[in-house]
Design a protein around this ligand. Structure first.
Ligand code: DO4
Ligand code: MG
Length: 288
């Protein structure tokens, strides 16, 4: 089952939607049943039972062409895990002699790397621009599965995220990581939150990324969620250790798709990230 937030036409009022189970491209408007917040749905004890009941009701439906997706976050802080794939460890060790030992150690350590990524209001939805820093010369998207957690720290659903990163800034000194990771338009998410699936099902999903420049493909890569070294519960439990999230929190789970070292994003590139069980997140690139 796929949840989303959306607006209709020129309206500004956010609605909460459920993608039609038949997959005929319609979004069922749950707001018509008094559900105006995704955060509150994710708190339901019997989430799939409640969504099953709602999908049986005769609620208004909208064609995809009539709506615009919003980010599937309301008041959730967005965090990210790093060096959870062998490919990420390898690329980062090559990127920086200075930090190689740190990346090597964290890949095998009991405690994962987890860092703050974005305030909810700064997350970019599908269709809008992601940013590359004007003071960076080596910029890449990081296509990542997102764990969408409720206030109890339970993983209520899964989404698609892009952890935009400036590799030259990160590689120069590990202490510059927040500047390499947190800046205007550096995090995109959406369009759906998929609920009612188990970790073992999600581990079968494929993540792919395609970057086009003036209509031509300049990078393509693919991995599977199953390549993530740590369990989802392990990652979520470290995020919720000694910390409360009254509105829940989102956790990007790290990247396993790393373009070759000669690749950097250009303004106007289009970045498409697909996760097989979720859908597609597409953003173009602007300099910020
Ligand atoms: O420490 C660097 C960031 C790692 C990261 O973002 C990733 O592996 O996805
Ligand atoms: Mg990342």
């Amino acid at each position: 089952m796929k949840l989303c937030r959306f607006v209709v036409g020129t309206e500004t009022r956010p609605r909460v939607g459920l993608a039609d189970e038949e997959g005929d491209g319609h979004i069922v408007d749950l707001s018509a049943e008094g559900i105006h917040s995704l955060t509150s749905i994710l708190e339901f004890e019997d989430l799939t039972g409640e969504l099953g009941r709602l999908s049986g009701l005769a609620l208004p439906r909208f064609e995809l062409g009539a709506i615009r997706f919003l980010v599937p976050v309301e008041h959730q802080e967005v965090w990210a895990a790093g060096v959870t794939y062998w490919q990420s460890k390898k690329a980062r060790m090559e990127e920086s002699d200075f930090s190689a030992t740190a990346y090597d150690r964290v890949y095998d350590a009991e405690r994962p790397e987890i860092f703050f990524k974005s305030m909810p209001e700064k997350v970019v939805p599908t269709g809008e621009a992601v940013g590359i820093r004007r003071d960076a010369r080596w910029n890449v998207p990081e296509p990542e599965l997102v764990l969408v957690c409720n206030s109890r720290g339970q993983i209520a659903g899964f989404s698609i995220g892009n952890d935009m990163s400036s590799r030259d800034i990160e590689g120069e000194n590990l202490l510059y990581l927040p500047q390499a990771k947190i800046y205007e338009r550096s995090c995109a998410m959406g369009p759906f939150v998929v609920v009612g699936v188990s970790e073992s099902e999600v581990r079968e999903w494929r993540i792919s990324s395609c970057i086009t420049r003036e209509g031509a493909v300049v990078f393509q890569g693919e991995t599977t969620v199953g390549q993530i070294k740590r369990s989802f519960a392990e990652l979520a439990s470290f995020l919720f250790r000694s910390q409360k999230f009254p509105n829940g929190a989102c956790l990007l789970t790290g990247t396993g798709i790393v373009p070759e070292d000669t690749f950097t994003l250009h303004p106007a590139d289009e970045v498409t990230i697909k996760i097989s069980g979720i859908g597609t997140l597409t953003n173009h690139v602007v300099v910020v």
